[in-house]
Design a protein. Structure first.
Length: 152
């Protein structure tokens, strides 16, 4: 039996690498970006080292009822606990697009009650202004990084 892609006795199977279009890096014009000034105060190393930054996996994400800004994240923090963190990023992301992503969080902040829900940490985002409009990007990292991996 001949393969379906055999034409004139020749096998036309191409290497998958040849078929796949080459990913080109999108060029971004940063000339219109305004960055908030850096803090002039310094933090000593001992104070900084008390901050526990971890990779977290988004298990679930949903809009918080009666809030336009808040998303409720249920996260795997590496200890197999379902850590809940609220983040005011609904203007920038829909909950369903974040499920399964690997993000960065600071996990040793004291719980803060928002809209009646304890938020146990903070997800880290990058914020800047572009043409008078605030832009926010939730920091997401390679999915090969396991939940609970510590950042230094």
């Amino acid at each position: 039996m001949k393969p379906l892609n055999n034409v004139n006795g020749k096998n036309d199977v191409k290497n998958k690498a040849e078929e796949a279009p080459k990913a080109e890096h999108e060029k971004i014009d940063f000339s219109k970006v305004k960055i908030e000034p850096l803090f002039e105060d310094t933090v000593d190393f001992d104070t900084f080292s008390k901050s526990d930054f971890r990779a977290v996996k988004v298990l679930a994400c949903e809009a918080v009822p009666k809030s336009k800004k808040l998303l409720k994240f249920t996260l795997d923090d590496g200890e197999r606990k379902d850590r809940v963190i609220l983040s005011g990023i609904h203007e920038y992301y829909e909950p369903e697009e974040l499920v399964g992503k690997t993000c960065i969080a600071i996990v040793n902040l004291p719980p803060k009650k928002m809209m009646g829900i304890d938020s146990c940490g903070m997800l880290i985002s990058a914020v800047h202004e572009e043409e008078g409009e605030e832009k926010l990007h939730l920091l997401m990292v390679d999915d090969h990084i396991p939940a609970g991996a510590k950042l230094y």
